[in-house]
Design a binder for this molecule. Structure first.
Ligand code: C6P
Length: 413
């Protein structure tokens, strides 16, 4: 992450003016939205693109030869190209549209896993995985008699590489872990672990749900086999995601679901499947959301990933320092490399109460286990409060949040 740039490269007022949702009062106070790791807000251009599509272009894609069908198809495929360039993939055909990170991972676990995992094979995940990168692997391992192993972390919430090295053996067939942790903010050393996995012939899947809106991602440079992410965590629509896969790997992976679009030829004797990516896109996809997603990608590209990363890093450092100064606050996740996520607990106050009282002051944070229950077990806690920042957040909002938190601690502890 480049931290040489500063907030001077970010025109915060101009950015905020594009998000109507931020300009409202919640419980009588100006909204402060710090729940961006759950989903971030959508700029007007994304909303406009959705409306424009339904008002002007709506038609099914890849099926019709009429004008609206051709227009919709062309725009849909433009997003595929935009996503390809956004993550540095070699070809647009390596981009598969899914419902989100969860479905992308389920696709790989189910289709790749069913074909390539056998009894005694090992799948390696990490201790800081979201349930979406745990449960699909548990399911396929159970079905195939494969063994699920876990890369351990230290108290800062960083992977212990010396242990990871020992866990990657000839038995390892898949190494699946997140680029950035939704609970701790930790940024993981993808390139290093990918090289270790490839050295034993294992494939690598990266859960990029929390990295694509914050960090530069180049799947060719990282050399990963699969990369999963969600549009809604990068200023795009909900219910839409991407699975990137290397052509050579995708071609050997069987289809996930059967239906229209994923076939070349169907008869009652049998079916031949379509080429990638269509082989994995059965049925009518979320056309409008895919088309609107291009606006979200363009929004990020126009701001520049380096500028976003530098600005969010400033927010992260500012928030971390302010929170650390409050008595009784403990930050969970203190890795050297972090995205703008701060999980914390306050001595004597349950995180749900904290979340409720912050909401009463117009401040939205997430509370609970953040779909990382094994990680909570590691830290011997039930849950945390989590403040996560996007590019439209400000230091002034952090100041208000800190005052609110101090007030809550004084009143309720
Ligand atoms: N994390 C959070 O509040 P979906 O729901 O499929 O778009 O993304 C699932 C997912 C997978 N991996 C990571 C690292 C994630 O952070 C998420 C979603 C949200 O942290 C909702 S639980």
């Amino acid at each position: 992450m480049s931290n040489t740039l500063t907030s001077q490269h970010i025109d915060i007022e101009h950015i905020r003016s594009q998000f109507q949702v931020l300009h409202q009062e919640v419980n009588g106070k100006p909204l402060i939205y710090f729940d961006n790791a759950a989903t971030n807000q959508k700029p007007q251009r994304v909303i406009d693109a959705l409306v424009h599509h339904y008002q002007n272009d709506n038609a099914n894609i890849h099926r019709g030869i009429h004008t609206l069908a051709e227009r919709s198809t062309a725009k849909f495929e433009e997003t595929r190209k935009a996503a390809q360039s956004f993550i540095g993939a070699n070809e647009a055909e390596e981009i598969i549209f899914t419902k989100g990170t969860s479905e992308s991972i389920n696709l790989v676990a189910s289709s790749w896993g069913r074909k390539f995992l056998s009894e005694g094979d090992e799948v390696l995940i990490s201790a800081m995985e979201h349930h979406s990168n745990i449960v699909p692997w548990q399911m396929i391992c159970e079905e195939k008699g494969a063994i699920l192993k876990v890369m351990p972390i230290n108290e800062a919430g960083e992977l212990i590489l010396s242990e990871v090295e020992k866990l990657i053996t000839d038995k390892t067939k898949m190494v699946a872990f997140n680029h950035a942790s939704n609970t701790l903010g930790t940024v993981n050393p993808v390139k290093e672990i990918t090289a270790m996995a490839h050295a034993v012939g294992a494939k690598v899947l990266i859960d990029g749900a929390q990295s694509t809106s914050h960090l530069e991602v180049d799947v060719e440079d990282l050399n990963v086999d699969f990369f999963a992410f969600s549009a809604h965590k990068m200023y795009g629509p909900t219910g839409l995601g991407v699975l990137y896969g290397k052509r050579s790997v995708l071609e050997k992976t069987p289809p996930y679901q059967g239906g229209g679009e994923m076939i070349k030829d169907v008869s009652f004797k049998g079916t031949t499947y379509n080429d990638i990516p269509y082989k994995f896109e059965a049925g009518t996809p979320d056309i409008a959301n895919v088309i609107a997603f291009k606006e979200a990608i363009d929004f990020i590209q126009e701001l520049g990933k380096d500028n976003i990363a530098a600005y969010e890093h400033e927010l992260l450092e500012y928030g971390t320092e302010k929170l650390s100064q409050i008595d009784g606050v403990r930050i969970i996740g203190t890795a050297q490399q972090k995205v703008s996520v701060i999980s914390f607990e306050v001595e004597g106050i349950h995180h749900f109460d904290l979340g409720m009282w912050l909401d009463a002051k117009g401040i939205a944070v997430r509370t609970g286990h953040h779909c990382t229950q094994p990680l909570m077990d590691h830290f011997c806690i039930e849950g945390t409060a989590r403040a996560s920042f996007s590019v439209y957040n400000t230091k002034a909002e952090i100041d208000t949040f800190i005052v609110a938190l101090k007030d809550i601690i004084t009143k309720f502890k």
